[in-house]
Structure formats: structure tokens, C-alpha cells
Design a protein around this ligand. Sequence first.
Ligand code: JFZ
Length: 428
Amino acid sequence: VAAAAGGPGTNHAVDDPFTSERTSWYRQDKFGMFIHFGAYSNLEGAYTRPDGSVCENAEWIMRQCAIPKEAYEKQAASFDPAQFDAKAVVKAAKDAGQRYIVFTSKHHDGYTMWPTKQNRWNLRDHSSFDKRRDLLAELKKESDAAGIKLGFYYSIWDWHDPDFADPATFPRYKKRMYAQLKELVDSYDPALFWFDGEWDTDNPVNRWSRRDGAELETYLRELNPDLVINNRVGKRGVVEGDFGTPEQEIPDAPVAGQLWESCMTLNDSWGYAAHDTHWKSAGRLVRNLNDVAGRGGNFLLNIGPDRLGRVPAPSLDRLAAMGRWLRTAGQGESVYGSEAAGLVAEPSWGSVSRKGDKLYAAVHEWPGAGKPLHLKTEAPVEVTGARVLGSGQRVAVAPAGDGLDLTPSGTAPAPASSVIELSLKPTP
Ligand code: JFZ
């Protein structure tokens, strides 16, 4: 009852997400795959208006290109992602080192990717897709087989359901939404819910209140007490759920007081957009992963399959490169199960995470051969050994100024050998 009163930082879980057994997989896994796939994907980022002009967008295309409802419904009727291969998608995640998947079960356009019984606006009843197939069931089966956790993105905001926007009918919408969430839990047993669209609505009295967030979270935890839930279940800026979700940005310092996850696109779009070829480099993505880990967060990296369900090759290439980096010489140790380093300040040349009695300094910029990397310490640090993972080069550690100088032996390490492991004197 006290919890229902709410307040910043309120969590309606029965336990502490930082230490709970319930969130342990999430804190350990660190790196996940986001998948934006829905009726918008069928347009592949471009809508040709009746007058022949073209409007470009991705998963917001219905709204941003002001597509009339009938026209959007008409295009969705031809949606046939026959080539969506759950096994291949899960394998791509696994090979990338991603250990959980968050799939858009319903985005703002309201279209559900499973055969909901609450309406016909879904991949089974409103598409050209094989009626015997169920993408979510396929993903669940393959994720389970691969030991990958499966979670669902679900948009509270709904552009399609007429009951959403009117305060008089909103309770009816909410009832259906609750029923849909129960369907998801009952049919696919998700490990996680990633809510969205609580932050803005075209509802004149923006019905989604702090109370709604708390009530929804309580409802979900009754359905399955093990669920991990993001903060967008509640009002923006009010921490509910288990973890915070900055977006398209990596906090520039460790975040205290909550688990958090950065979600990011590989190009500039969440849903598939043929026009968007602005791909981030693999090196940049590894660096982002290091920075997120060094600041104590999880990293959720997005793919957007095309209208046939195929994952773009540039996405697969980048994911594969990240997997190679994580598998090289134990560099993944700097990510999985790691925490923000504490003890040291974040250096300009890289990011530092911690796991037990090891510090992992992911180096983004090596100095010339024989030159030191300076690490400012913020607490006494006793280093008993240091080496470059990958090359195996010894690293000399010497007190200097406000911290330590780290100097790799021999020539400067190759860029791919980018993690220095520091062994600390075990804490008693
Ligand atoms: C939302 C969606 O609108 C978008 O399409 C995508 O699914 C993304 C993952 O989530 O967009 C947001 C949500 C929250 C913020 C910004 C964009 N935010 O908190 O800054």
C-alpha cells in the first residue's frame, strides 16, 4: 500500500533489482538484441502517396507520413514476412554475443505480431502471412533452444485502437491491453517486458498516470513474479520497473541508483528503412558496448528485418564483428557480469569495468610504444598483475601522480587487442 503512493525511485517489485535472484540473468547477460518488426516494416521506410510523392520514415511512418488508416490497413494486408527465420535470427544474436532478445510484440501502430484474440489487427488475421505460423512461438522455441532469454516490447500508446484516445473509452482500451499482456505471458512466457509510449499520447487528458504505471506493474508481477520490467511502464522521469532506459545515448558517467540499459540502432532507424544506409562502424559499436559496460549498464542493440523478414546484411556483419571481439582472448570478461569499475575515474582513452578482483580497461586509443596510459584512482588500488588480453603483453604498472601509469611492454598492441586486465589484491 505504501508503494502505491509512489515517488521517484519507487519500485513495485517485491525485491531489490540490484541484488535479486530474479534480475540476476539480466545483470549478468549485459548485451541483448532489440528487434523492431511490424506492419510498418512492410513499407520498408517509404510511403508513396496517391499523388506519387514519397514520404520516408520507419516505424513511425503511419504517423509521420500521415497515412490514412484505411491506406495503412490496406498495405498491412499484403505483409508476408515468409522469410523470417527465427532460428537464423537467434543464431545471429548468439554469435554476436547477445544473450537476450527484445522483440516488438506491438508498436505504436497497434499491430500485434502474435494472433491476439482481442482484435483482428494482427499478423495472423490481417496479413498475407502463412496462417499456421506464429513468429513469437518460433522465436520462443529457438531462444529456449539457444539458451537466450526472450522479452517483448509493448507500446502502451496505440494509434489504431479508437478507444485509446478518448478518456471515456480508455478503460475499454486498458482492459484489452491487459488481456493482450496476459496472452503474451500465457502463450510465450517472456522473461522481460519493455514498455514504451507511456510518455506521450494524443489523448487530451493523457490518461497514463503514475497510478496506471504502478497498477500495470503490479498486474504483471502477479502474472509472473520473475518478470524483468523496464521503467517506461510508468511516467517518464519516474523510475518504475527494474531498469532505466536512456535512448540513443549512453550516459556519460556511471548511473547510480538503478539498473539501466542503453538501446541503440545500428543505423539511424529502428524499423527497416531501405533509404537508411548510415551504418555505425563495428569499431564504434564495440566502443559503445565498452562504454556502457564501464558505466554499469546493459546494451540493447537493434535490428530491423525487411518486409520479407530478412535481416539486413550490414546489420549481420556488424553483429558478427562484435561477437568476434567478445570471443577474442576473453575480452568478453570485460562485459558479461561486469559492473562499473568504481575505484578509478573513467579515462579519456577508454572505459573500465570491474568483475570481482579484476579491472578491465578497454582501450580505445593506444599511446605510442613505450608511452603510458594514465589511470586516475579514486580509492586505494593494489594491482598484483596486468596484461593485455589478446596479445598477452605484460603491462608495467607504476604509481604516478593521482593514480597509475600502465605501460604495455614492446610495441603498441594491435587495436583488436584492446583490453588490459588488471588483477587486484583480493578484498578480504
Ligand atoms: C520509442 C519509440 O517511439 C521508437 O519508435 C522506438 O521504438 C524506441 C525504442 O522507443 O521512442 C522513444 C522513446 C523514449 C524516448 C525517446 C524515443 N526517450 O525517453 O527519450
